[in-house]
Design a protein around this ligand. Structure first.
Ligand SMILES: O=C1O[C@H](COP(=O)(O)O)[C@@H](O)[C@H](O)[C@H]1O
Length: 227
């Protein structure tokens, strides 16, 4: 049997369903506004979603795409979320979208936050869609339980926060919780029994510092999960 004849895996089906939902949302918003803002997450989970979304028909030339968070690395580095987006989302029909990166030429995210914030201020808020991911430690965007700036990122009205996190090798920049909330629709895209268990723990408690995903559980947040 050729690979084309195999039925899609649950993760592929999930990615397609999420892509159709996001495309419908963007089309809806673009019927009444000039530009729409899509905020995506990095990591490994979104790759099939990005590729499915890139094939959707919509006026991509009126869509701005940015990230929930980024590692402070060169745009071409293997662990750059921008590289991931360029490789897997800004292709096919979505090649016409405008990408707004979260890094600058500065050496550190602390030096770059003002420039990034200025870029973000020029976008069409509220965002049409925010797609969050979640790590096994309950982090989302770069809001990690051990981030030194977690309290700041959860409370500030700044657009972005530079984040230093002992458990992570790179410095990062993250949209603040306030900015991530400033959207019409929120989706949480996650896979695997381990992450489902973490989400279950998050829903059973209320200490945001322990599991930062808790800051978004009442957005409302639509959960897209597959085994
Ligand atoms: O570090 C990150 O991890 C999370 C989840 O990544 P995954 O590889 O488990 O899918 C992601 O949501 C976040 O944007 C990213 O910077």
């Amino acid at each position: 049997m050729s690979s084309e004849q195999l039925s899609p895996s649950p993760r592929e089906q999930l990615a397609h369903q999420l892509a159709q939902t996001v495309a419908t949302a963007l089309r809806e918003d673009l019927s009444s506004q000039d530009r729409a803002l899509l905020i995506v997450s990095g990591g490994s989970t979104p790759v099939p979603f990005f590729e499915a979304l890139s094939r959707e028909t919509l006026p991509w030339d009126r869509v701005d795409v940015t990230l929930a968070d980024e590692r402070w690395v060169a745009a071409e580095a293997d662990d750059s979320n921008a590289r991931l987006v360029r490789k897997h989302l800004l292709i096919n029909r979505a090649e016409a979208a405008t990408f707004v990166p979260l890094t600058t030429e500065h050496d550190t995210p602390e030096e770059g936050t003002d420039e990034v914030a200025q870029r973000l201020k020029g976008l069409s808020w509220p965002a049409s869609v925010v797609i969050l991911g979640m790590g096994g430690d309950g982090h989302t965007a770069s809001l990690f339980p051990d981030s030194r700036e977690l309290d700041l990122a959860l409370s500030t009205d700044a657009h972005v926060v530079a984040v230093r996190t002992p458990s992570q090798p790179q410095a990062r920049i993250t949209l603040s919780a306030e900015r991530l909330h400033h959207a019409r629709r929120h989706y949480l895209h996650l896979t695997g029994d381990d992450k489902r268990a973490v989400l279950g723990s998050a829903m059973a408690g209320d200490n945001v510092r322990e599991l930062p995903i808790r800051a978004f559980l009442s957005c409302p947040l639509a959960v897209y999960w597959a085994p």
